[in-house]
Design a protein around this ligand. Sequence first.
Ligand SMILES: [Zn+2]
Length: 443
Amino acid sequence: MKKKKEVNKVVRLALYIDQYDKDGKQVDYKEINQLLWELQKQTREIKNKTIQYCWEYYNFRSDYYKKFNSYPKEKDILNYSLAGFIMDKLKTGNDLYSQNCTTTVRGACKEFEDSREKFLKGESSIITYKPNQPIDIHNERIDLKKIDKDFYLSLNMVNTKSDYYKKYKDTKVRFKVNVKDDSTQTILERCIDQIYKIGESKLIYNRKKKLWFLNMVYKFEPQVIDNLDPDKILGVDLGVALPICASVYGDLNRFTINGGEIEEFRRRVEARKKSLLKQGRYCGDGRIGHGIKTRNKSVYAIEDKIARFRDTANHKYSRALIDYAVKNGCGTIQMEELSGITSDANRFLKNWTYYDLQTKIKNKAEEKGINVVFIKPRYTSKRCSKCGYINADNRKYQAHFLCLKCGFKENADYNASQNLSIRDIDKIIENEINQSAKSKQTE
Ligand SMILES: [Zn+2]
């Protein structure tokens, strides 16, 4: 497995302020604008002061050299590195979240460092930062979430000494991301899926558009895997009895995810819903007003719990599946195309797990250079993978497959995954159906 150097990229995200106080009341965007403009101002002051300190230190340093014919060590003079010393001087008296402030100081130190020879020789004038400086956001202070179809960013902006914190008991400001195109959506999804790592980013105000933008840095290591054979297809069945069953054609070995964990979680959630229904809080019982807040809280809490469980489980499952594909040298994964919506409300698992799971499998596969082929979902569970005989009665029971023609007997999800490991299986099945219709006509 070859590893290339990490790639750094930037995506520009248009943001809408979407901040709520602890009682769930929306904070006026004008108030947030004022706060962020103030933080931009403070960022500029910190950068200018940093340059000032650097300049003073280097003047001291060259005087020292003239006297002693050697350079002093930063730690002997300052007790810290230069950046550490400046950080210590500037850490109080501003509202910036401390890690962001550190990022700002380090950034300005580096800019000084990069051109200090020119300053000291007088070849260029010393840096002065103009107003409207972007606010640095440390990568650990960026929290990206997807709720329904929308993306939200929560950014730690202020420290606990700020007036904003004193008023709202919150160091964060939340924004809704305006996603304009599919490629931005894919980048954000991959950041959430941890395929991409978010790096140190910058928040900046655009006066013309009257909008805040985050220039968000994302990083990844492109991987090239040599031993993947595009003709070796891993058939992946997202089934009923098992959440995932995958196999290569003719191989008795299989990859399976046992649904126990999901079942157990489902039972707990259903039980909780039932108890809420009894209390009349879940669906409401006509008592509007007092009840509605409690009801929303409980419902949101459950939905949040489901989303978090699903996300964690699906990451784990998709990662394990892709590892299996790589280990077996499968350059292609074939799955049934699932839509995001299903009308069959009874299929709890299909509803909330499989579409998300499929998306995660696809994203992770593509990162490894594995092709993902989607085929039309048709008869793959009713066709015998050994002889091709299609009959609904082949699968009388959910978990078992028994071919009425050749007697092939296997786990039903495994049989489906075997069908899915055949190239162009949807076209083959269509042919087989047409053939058998023709032969019935002639009979
Ligand atoms: Zn058969």
